[in-house]
Design a protein around this ligand. Structure first.
Ligand code: ADP
Ligand code: MG
Length: 403
């Protein structure tokens, strides 16, 4: 069922409670919290600016870190409010309490276009418990509710789902709309060939995604540690590589399923093996992998190899829609990042519609300086994967249906 969006509301003079995802990476420098990646904050600006331009009173709320239901100084949203202030060039009124008299008084005194930010919703145990009393207390602060927190939309918490029961109308924000358009709607009928690249740590994290995309993709290219489980399923020795032994049978089933579906399903034909996962480890490109020539005893796969890169580049060049989730190797160690960077570059040069599906792959694309060359980069991690699996996100399901 389609959901109401921001544009379906008449927000002038109204109190609009907006759930954003300001759970951004930070570091402490000089005793102060600094934002190290402000993507999620910037991506919420279209919604904030829209509401400001339409004369709403904007009350923002978010979680930040894992404070486990009690106030914790290091997880205060105050510094994030100051950061937002520097981006929107207007004061951000900070409420050091999430609910109750403090925010109520602040909201009473707000004028049209003013922006307030509530303290971390996860300072309250009712947030993750989706407690109706906490949700009601949040709802009292707004006439309407907007969910723009795509990255948290796979959680049914008080500020992402419960609150919608106690306001007159709940709608999608502009970021939420954009994420759903790229990752759900436009992938219903993608321009073909549709090439999917899947990597990362574990097959078990990506089974749902693999199965769902098997129905849609023309080609699936596997990398990262999850490739090892497929190599093992093909009878190739994997040395000391990270493998999920209990998923080998499943990997075999998936290879079979791809055959039945006529999906090109590629696993690495060579890898970079190292004697340790550490900078400065001994490393070398294996020869062509086969049951006779596998990864050496005591060595582990840390990246896709040169022949695999060439093979994947060829597939990517053929694609009209290319979706990527999960790095090809241990890219956090620069020596093991070549495969990941090569994939990012091939995508950037493909001329296709390119979508990066969240998490560590996004970090890798940003590090490679190629973020600006992609069609769409998701702000989600878990939410992105669940959406690609075809699941309905609780934070979206709870919104008001379009009539
Ligand atoms: P994403 O966040 O993009 O969904 P994942 O979280 O599934 O990706 O996986 C990312 C992690 O996988 C990275 O930390 C990376 O170091 C690790 N990884 C990738 N390839 C390997 C490998 N061959 N061996 C061990 N770890 C790997
Ligand atoms: Mg990850």
């Amino acid at each position: 069922m389609p959901k109401l969006t921001l544009r379906d509301l008449d927000v002038r003079g109204k109190r609009v409670l907006v759930r954003v995802d300001f759970n951004v990476p930070t570091e402490i420098r000089g005793g102060k919290v600094r934002v190290t990646d402000d993507t999620r904050i910037r991506e919420s600006l279209p919604t904030i600016n829209y509401l400001r331009d339409h004369g709403a009173k904007i009350i923002l709320m978010s979680h930040f870190g894992r404070p486990k239901g009690k106030p914790t100084d290091k997880y205060s949203l105050r510094p994030i409010g100051e950061y937002l202030h520097s981006l929107i060039h207007q004061p951000v009124i900070f409420s050091h309490e999430t609910i109750g008299d403090v925010p109520r008084k602040i909201v009473e005194h707000m004028g049209n276009g003013d922006v307030a930010l509530l303290e971390n919703v996860r300072f309250q145990p009712g947030e993750e418990a989706n407690d109706p009393d906490f949700a009601t207390a949040l709802a009292e602060l707004g006439d309407f509710y907007v969910n723009d927190a795509f990255g948290t939309a796979h959680r049914a918490h008080a500020s992402t789902a419960g609150v919608t029961k106690f306001v007159s109308k709940s709608v999608m924000g502009l970021l939420m709309e954009k994420e759903l358009r790229h990752l759900r709607d436009e992938l219903q009928d993608p321009a073909r060939p549709f090439v999917v690249i899947l990597g990362g740590a574990k097959v078990s994290d990506k089974i749902g995604v693999l199965k769902a995309l098997m129905e849609k993709a023309n080609a699936i290219l596997i990398g990262g540690a999850m490739a090892n489980t497929f190599l093992k399923a093909e009878g190739i020795p994997v040395g000391a590589s990270r493998v999920e032994s209990d998923k080998v049978d499943l990997a075999r089933e998936l290879l079979e399923l791809a055959k039945q579906r006529g999906v090109t399903f590629l696993v690495p034909v060579d890898v970079v093996e190292a004697d340790e996962i550490l900078p400065g480890a001994n490393m070398r490109n294996t020869s062509r992998l086969s049951p006779q020539h596998g990864i050496a005893d005591g060595w582990q796969a840390v990246d896709i190899g040169a022949a695999t890169i060439a093979l994947y580049q060829e597939e990517i060049a053929k694609g009209e829609t290319i979706l990527w989730n999960g790095p090809m190797g241990v890219f956090e160690i620069p020596e093991f990042g070549d495969g990941t960077i090569a994939i990012a570059e091939a995508m950037a040069q493909s001329g296709a519609k390119t979508i990066i599906g969240g998490g560590d792959s996004v970090t890798a694309v940003k590090q490679a300086g190629l973020a600006g060359k992609m069609t769409f980069i998701s702000t989600g991690g878990g939410a992105t994967l669940e959406l690609l699996e075809g699941k309905e996100l609780p934070g979206v399901a709870a919104l008001t249906d379009k009539q």
